[in-house]
Design a protein around this ligand. Structure first.
Ligand SMILES: NC(=O)c1ccc[n+]([C@@H]2O[C@H](COP(=O)([O-])OP(=O)(O)OC[C@H]3O[C@@H](n4cnc5c(N)ncnc54)[C@H](O)[C@@H]3O)[C@@H](O)[C@H]2O)c1
Ligand SMILES: O=C(O)C(=O)C[C@@H](O)[C@H](O)[C@H](O)COP(=O)(O)O
Ligand SMILES: [Zn+2]
Length: 364
């Protein structure tokens, strides 16, 4: 088993990565301070893993009262309306301020459960048990929690850190192929923004990840968690460097929102968004052409899209990009690649005509 630490003063926590972790009772129980637990999961994951999660929490001389709530499955249900079901269950079960909410699932369940925990009685304990590549390499780490709004992705939420992240790589055996590929997109992101060695490793090993090779997958997850931990611990609330984790997301979130949540997966939209960011960086003269070509080739290897959905217009992009969370005092900031592979900048300092050129090029 590997452990990556997230150092955040009194909010520090470990990310445990290995096989069979889901069944290890003591490893999760030691992070539960009180005697009440609410497992939040969805209708796809519950039949696969809920009973095992209960069994781990019941192991030994467990003193825990364990409750669960099963949400509908899909990005379209990442809403305040559906989140209400978590708080309903918590209140019906008389959960108090020492309760622990356990997120068992992918990024949707993790983001929603974290926000539910942040808001329930102004904050209860929270544990992440991610079961998708996306959640293992990105969403379970760093404490961005929340839900979507019809007018924009993740618009309602809070920064709220888990007490531990328990990654059992064996759960990936049941993950559909399209979902696996979606998660690979965020690993490519770490390569582009700060880890050129990881990028080069991905170029050599993408086939192993697609084949779910356990050693390759564990390496990619660990390396991703190290990257995310370093960025988050340097800038927990996105005052600066954390925004680099948003590479491709301003374009990508516009794709997800305009298509209707769930039509394009998050990682698919981020993949096409990263290509648009690289294209714009090249037009600005900030990177060599080679970086754009390698990015497209790597994403194609991962079977991810490199262009936005058919029919999306420049106006669609502009409408959603205008409400991006990186807009400050009305000025859009983007993450653009700059310099050799592995370098980028968070900036509003670019010629808007160049953004227009990129949007025009990808909307035809
Ligand atoms: N908080 C963050 O920092 C952060 C980072 C990245 C993504 N996100 C968010 O995460 C969400 C996407 O997460 P996701 O890609 O995990 O999608 P998801 O949570 O919708 O899960 C993908 C699908 O796989 C199913 N599933 C999950 N685990 C499974 C398993 N082991 N076996 C079989 N099926 C399984 C789910 O039920 C779902 O149908 C988006 O809402 C995105 O905005 C947040
Ligand atoms: O953790 C972060 O910071 C990220 O930006 C990670 C992203 O991959 C993730 O999609 C995040 O949810 C986007 O956040 P948002 O603030 O742009 O909604
Ligand atoms: Zn993302």
């Amino acid at each position: 088993m590997k452990t990556v630490e997230v150092p955040l003063d009194d909010r520090s926590y470990p990310i445990n990565i290995g096989s069979g972790i889901l069944d290890d009772g003591s490893m999760i129980q030691r992070h539960i301070p009180g005697n009440k637990v609410l497992i939040v999961t969805n209708e796809t994951i519950a039949p696969l893993y809920l009973e095992r999660c209960y069994a781990a929490l019941r192991q030994g001389d467990s003193r825990l009262q364990i409750e669960h709530v099963v949400l509908p499955d899909g990005e379209q249900y990442k809403s305040l309306d559906v989140l209400q079901k978590v708080w309903d269950k918590a209140l019906e079960a008389r959960l108090d301020r020492n309760a622990t909410f356990v997120a068992l699932g992918g990024g949707v369940i993790g983001d929603m459960t974290g926000f539910a925990a942040a808001a329930y009685q102004r904050g209860v304990h929270f544990i992440q048990v991610p079961t998708t590549v996306m959640a293992m390499v990105d969403s379970s780490v760093g404490g961005k929690t929340g839900v979507n709004h019809p007018l924009g992705k993740n618009m309602i939420g809070a920064f709220y850190q888990p007490r531990v992240v328990q990654i059992d790589v064996e759960t990936l055996s049941t993950l559909p192929k399209r979902e696996l590929a979606s998660g690979l997109s965020e690993i490519v992101k770490y390569g582009l923004i700060r880890d050129p060695q990881l990028f080069a490793w991905l170029e050599q090993n993408m086939d192993k990840l697609l084949a779910r090779d356990a050693a390759a997958m564990t390496y990619a997850i660990e390396r991703s968690c190290v990257n995310k931990s370093e960025v988050v611990s340097a800038d927990e609330r996105e005052g600066g460097v954390r925004a680099t984790l948003n590479l491709g997301h301003t374009f990508g979130h516009a794709m997800e929102s305009s298509q209707g949540y769930g039509v394009w997966l998050h990682g698919e939209a981020v993949a096409a968004g990263m290509v648009m960011a690289a294209d714009m960086s090249l037009r600005l003269g900030w990177i060599e052409e080679d970086i754009l070509h390698r990015t497209i080739a790597l994403l194609e290897m991962a079977e991810l899209p490199t262009k936005p959905p058919q029919g999306m217009t420049v106006a669609d992009f502009k409408g959603f990009m205008a409400v991006d969370k990186k807009v400050l005092d009305g000025k859009l900031r983007l993450i653009l690649l700059k310099g050799p592979l592995g370098n980028c900048d968070v900036t509003g300092d670019f010629d808007p005509a160049v953004l227009e050129q990129t949007l025009e090029a990808f909307c035809h």
